[in-house]
Design a protein around this ligand. Structure first.
Ligand SMILES: Cc1cc2nc3c(=O)[nH]c(=O)nc-3n(C[C@H](O)[C@H](O)[C@H](O)COP(=O)(O)OP(=O)(O)OC[C@H]3O[C@@H](n4cnc5c(N)ncnc54)[C@H](O)[C@@H]3O)c2cc1C
Length: 396
């Protein structure tokens, strides 16, 4: 409802009618059922947003951003969640994009930023390696400058959507003689480069979205080095902070998910009434709703800080831990509502099907529940976030 005392009433009305008209009904239904968009749907949605001029809500205007205030951004996210619109795919938009407009060369900005906005490029993140996850600075993939190219050799692991990606932003070791953090650089690698090979990894939720990426004598133009050689660790850390801070807006999505769960419980017979009337269920739901409200409040403060260019301190780590834990409990409750039907399961079968789009062979809530397991691991495992909070906030 727009309100006469809502200072953003006009903006809210514009957003509401946009989302009402533009979110495809089948995509809306799929999200409400607990499934994620396919890469194709995500790309199409990015193009829709771009045509509207909202391709990069958080970017500065000069690079194609909206110039919205933190409050406007929050209203935008509220309306997107309310309309069950997909969250825009973040790896180009929120991870490498801001690094490029902050540290990239003029040529890199001109070449890559517009293609992120339009959805023409899909970026993947080549950070983790075998034995270099939590201890990321231990990474060993090497890049040796030969004339105007780097020769890259090594392996990346858990690279999300590597098969869909056209480009990878990749941390590489350019000097093995220095302190390990100082010898790391950030390279932009074309996924079609000769010598680059991808092997998908099958996961519990039956997606093939994570991969191993092997790099054997891959030649990368030196012009694709971001910023200065040896500064990759600094840029990489900025990016990791941003990745954690991005959960700031996700409280709204969690609140929406709880509404879907409540709705479903209201239609589910139990003990002569509905599950929504069951006091044990109602208690669990209310507890989650309260925790989501608190999370969302912290998220709003973080968005305001990030938009004002302030360091959000440890809130990124705190949000990441709380968001992932609540998401895991929320999806568990969802599975509880679905009951036995959540077990229905059709395995994807053999490797011949690897090239198919994700087939989502199981009911949405179970898929969401299983996928939520990864949120306490990726973007820096929760144990590591707790170490950061203990060390920096509590001085332990
Ligand atoms: C679904 C998924 C998608 C991912 N996508 C990407 C991607 O696109 N790009 C990318 O680069 N990476 C990606 N990752 C990798 C992710 O960032 C790492 O898995 C994560 O950083 C943990 O590293 P690891 O798997 O090597 O585990 P490890 O670092 O070996 O950790 C194993 C366990 O030990 C704990 N542990 C480790 N060190 C400590 C410590 N000092 N104190 C306390 N506990 C500790 C960890 O918390 C964890 O529980 C993804 C991971 C997953 C699961």
């Amino acid at each position: 409802m727009t309100s006469p005392i809502d200072p953003h009433a006009g903006f809210r009305a514009e957003l509401r009618s946009f989302f009402r008209d533009k979110v495809p009904a089948d995509l809306r239904a799929r999200l409400r059922s607990g499934l994620r968009p396919t890469p194709r749907e995500w790309t199409e949605w990015q193009a829709v947003m771009h045509r509207q001029g909202w391709g990069a809500p958080t970017w500065p205007v000069q690079y194609g951003g909206t110039g919205w205030s933190a409050e406007q951004l929050y209203v935008f996210e509220q309306e997107a969640a309310r309309a069950d619109a997909p969250v825009q795919f973040h790896q180009g938009l929120e991870l490498i994009g801001p690094i490029l407009f902050t540290y990239g060369s003029a040529e890199q900005k001109a070449r890559f930023l517009p293609r992120i906005l339009s959805g023409e490029d899909w970026w993947c993140q080549g950070y983790s390696e075998p034995n270099a996850g939590s201890d990321l600075a231990a990474l060993r993939t090497s890049a040796v400058l030969e004339g105007d190219h780097y020769r890259v050799n090594g392996q990346k692991l858990w690279t999300s959507f590597a098969r869909e990606a056209s480009m990878m932003f990749c941390l590489v070791r350019t000097d093995a003689s220095l302190r390990k953090q100082d010898g790391i650089s950030l390279l932009l690698i074309d996924m079609q480069s000769p010598g680059l090979r991808i092997r998908p990894i099958r996961t519990l939720d039956e997606h093939y979205h994570v991969n191993e990426v092997f790099l054997d004598d891959v030649m990368v133009p030196a012009a694709n080095l971001v910023g200065e050689e040896g500064k990759g660790w600094t840029y990489g850390k900025v990016l990791l902070k941003r990745e954690r801070g991005m959960t700031a807006i996700l409280g709204l999505r969690l609140a929406r998910q709880l509404e879907w769960i409540a709705e479903l419980a209201g239609q589910t017979p139990a003990h002569g009434g509905t599950l929504a009337q069951d006091p044990v269920f109602a208690h669990k739901l209310a507890q989650l709703q309260i925790e989501v409200m608190a999370l969302d409040t912290m998220g709003q403060r973080t968005v305001a800080d990030v938009m004002a260019g302030l360091d959000s301190g440890l809130r990124g780590s705190m949000l990441k831990v709380r968001w992932s834990e609540i998401l895991q409990r929320s999806t568990e409750l969802w599975v509880e509502v679905v009951g036995d039907a959540a077990h229905a399961f059709a395995p994807l079968g053999d490797a011949a099907q690897l090239d198919a789009q994700p087939a989502y062979p199981m009911p949405g809530p179970m898929n969401a529940y299983l996928h939520s397991r990864v949120t306490s691991i990726y973007g820096g495992a929760n144990e590591i976030q707790r170490n950061i909070i203990a060390h920096r906030a509590l001085g332990l």
